[in-house]
Design a protein around this ligand. Structure first.
Ligand code: AHM
Ligand code: MG
Length: 335
């Protein structure tokens, strides 16, 4: 058992080796992990906890909130507000930023999260998860405001997700590769189960919501048509398709065995750049994927270079195995 590495030990040793995890960032990551354990318990109770179903409210994006969306959001806020490591938080489930109350010390970090991604899957018992991104509050700014959050994803200092599936798995990067921790339910602790995750550059698996096909832009349709043509088509090989409708679960599969995930702009809502949110969905996932040797673009440019204009900004997403992402991006460039 002595060879088991807990999340705490991993963070301490990474700081010793690479100096990327100062004490307050370690505290932040441990608190987020603890909050994920609480969310996991609420998710696991399901109908027994009386937590399934809608909350009969809408979030700022006009989406119907599930009871578990609200519970997960509260768990993350309550866990993080008192530690002195944060200046403010932002969430898919809150209109504006949540500034750490005056009764607690203010820290130097900003935390963004999607408390329960894929929550349309909650009631049907399919994997869902929590996505998070950590930024540093810009130096010299007095107080904290929404504009402090509007930094490109390449400035993240930590990012990760926790997937609540057959196993509960926390996946983390601080800019030195991707590490995976599995929740040991008996011990109640996250244990390191994989380091240096690598996404193979080539794949024969794609993930997209095919029901939107008639709304896609020409390059997206071309790419998928070529995949579907299989060994008889220009790609000369057969492709497989997966779509879980939980970004965490789809990205976790890609980190595990490769693949490409797309949620592109489409003609249903032409004024919106895409469905997924840049700051607490696309940015953390893009950094994880890049850290694992993959690539992530909005079909034209690197997602991590996009400077957000607002907190809940949406973006088109293409991420995963590098050669496929580059191919899809090049199809768009030729337009
Ligand atoms: P959510 O954050 O409200 O759960 O929405 C994001 C989810 C992603 O996890 C997933 O990739 C996508 O929405 C699925 O969308 P669709 O139902 O259009 O297939
Ligand atoms: Mg989401």
């Amino acid at each position: 058992m002595s060879s088991r590495v807990s999340l705490t030990r991993y963070l301490v040793e990474q700081q010793r080796l690479h100096a990327l995890i100062p004490a307050n960032l370690r505290l932040l990551l441990e608190v987020v992990a603890r909050a994920c354990k609480s969310i996991c318990q609420a998710v696991n109770k399901g109908a027994l906890g009386g937590v399934l179903g809608t909350a009969h409210s809408e979030n700022v994006q006009g989406e119907i909130q599930k009871q578990l969306d609200i519970i997960a959001n509260e768990v993350l806020i309550e866990a993080n507000e008192w530690g002195g490591h944060l200046a403010a938080m932002a969430s898919e489930e809150m209109d504006g930023i949540y500034v750490v109350p005056n009764r607690y010390p203010q820290g130097e970090y900003l935390l963004l999260f999607d408390p329960l991604d894929g929550s349309s899957n909650v009631d049907v018992n399919v994997s869902i998860g929590t996505i998070f991104s950590v930024l540093k509050k810009p130096e010299g700014s007095a107080g904290v405001s929404e504009s402090d959050f509007l930094q490109p994803g390449r400035q993240q200092v930590a990012a990760g997700y926790c997937v609540y599936g057959p196993q509960t798995t926390l996946v983390l990067t601080v800019g030195d590769g991707v590490a995976v921790f599995t929740l040991d339910r008996e011990q109640g602790s996250f244990t390191l189960t994989q380091e240096n995750v690598q996404i193979p550059p080539d794949t024969h698996e794609f993930a997209i919501n095919m029901s939107n096909m008639r709304h896609w832009d020409t390059p997206v349709k071309r790419y998928i048509d070529e995949c579907l043509a299989g060994s008889d088509g220009p790609r000369g090989k057969d492709f497989n398709m997966r779509w879980i409708a939980s970004m965490v679960a789809d990205v976790h599969r890609i980190l595990t065995r490769g693949g490409v995930f797309m949620y592109p702009w489409d003609k249903r809502e032409p004024d919106k750049p895409g469905k997924l949110r840049l700051m607490y969905e696309a940015n953390p996932m893009s950094w994880l994927v890049e850290q694992a040797g993959g690539a992530a673009t909005d079909a034209r440019t690197r997602i991590l270079d996009i400077v957000p204009g607002k907190l809940h900004e949406r973006v088109s997403v293409v991420l995963g195995s590098k050669n496929e992402v580059e191919r899809i991006t090049s199809y768009h460039a030729r337009l």
